[in-house]
Design a binder for this molecule. Sequence first.
Ligand code: MN
Length: 407
Amino acid sequence: MDQSFAAIRRGGMAIAWSPCKPAPTDMNPTALHVVINDTTLRDGEQTAGVAFTAHEKLAIARALDAAGVPEMEVGIPAMGEAEVQAIRDIAALGLQARLMVWARMCEDDLRAALRCDADVVHLSIAASDIQIERKLGRSRAWVLERTRAMVSRARDAGVQVSVGLEDASRADDGFVARLAQAAQAAGACRVRYADTLGLLDPFGTRERIAALRRAVDIDIEIHTHDDLGLATANALAALLAGATHVNTTVNGLGERAGNAPLEEVVMGLRHLYGAATGVDPRSLPAISALVARAANRPVAINKSIVGEGVFTHESGIHVDGLLKDRRTYQGFDPGELGREPRLVLGKHSGSHAVRHAYAALGLVVDEALAAGLLQRIREHVCRHKAPPTDAELRRFHLEACEPLPAC
Ligand code: MN
């Protein structure tokens, strides 16, 4: 059965979790200023097999905006008329959030991007030698010249320009700095450092972003991937090193293993560094469900922050502690997300939880009876792979109190 902690709250226990720590950054030890740029509608939709309808794109954009996401990357205009129209429809909503569109560093893509009424045009170009030489068949000099020319052209068209340094994590660090400086000199307001293949760790990320921070004065956006399960850690490391913007996706959707999840970045910044993002944590579960549905990608039960099971407790030691004081086994209040903790009975339950559960059903259970009931509950969950329902708990109680006569 499920149990809330309502009984404990009714008991008047005041719950106060530990205050958040201050945010130490390399650039400013007293403040961490972070702008989230959510790319669920661009990199998120690039997940193999995922495709949003125009209606779904509008609904997701509205939800992210209502949650307080300050910036979102909403699509790839070069994909064609339908995508351009979908982006224009989002722009026509008049959202608070600034809108960015993604384009390759070329004329045709820029032309399509300029039709979308977005606030920022993101022009992406390969930074690593393997991509420059093997994908583009070009040289570093060509990349620098193309960047200067295209950024100038976009600036002349009157838009703000962000330059994407694709595969930066595998690129020569000196070349990354020169490319970023060329972007700045040509009028870009931001460079995006892309760990395109998700190959960095937080320590390397911090060093590289600190070096980039020393090389340019414009905004730096960190774009991470979760191929090694480090997307959120790397994103946070980059912010500590001086990145100003961070790409996220709802539920960590995105190419291959996905991007840094919005919900993890928001809650990580909040709890590790006391940094506000403007995003209301209470909106995260509903946005997660909306995107999971539209993407046809169910959220894993143990997914951090938004997974169904991440505030559910069973083991005897933990439940015993939680029933005495929730702070013993909860690092933050699930109420911040508008969520409720749950207790379930199972193989690892202890007698305290059993007696608590039966008390909630109005049944008094002593220690000896609890031990017998616990045995029944363990047999049940081993057989059914699910916690017992209230009706099943009542049946166990009835059987334990009035054993059937032996035949
Ligand atoms: Mn990406």
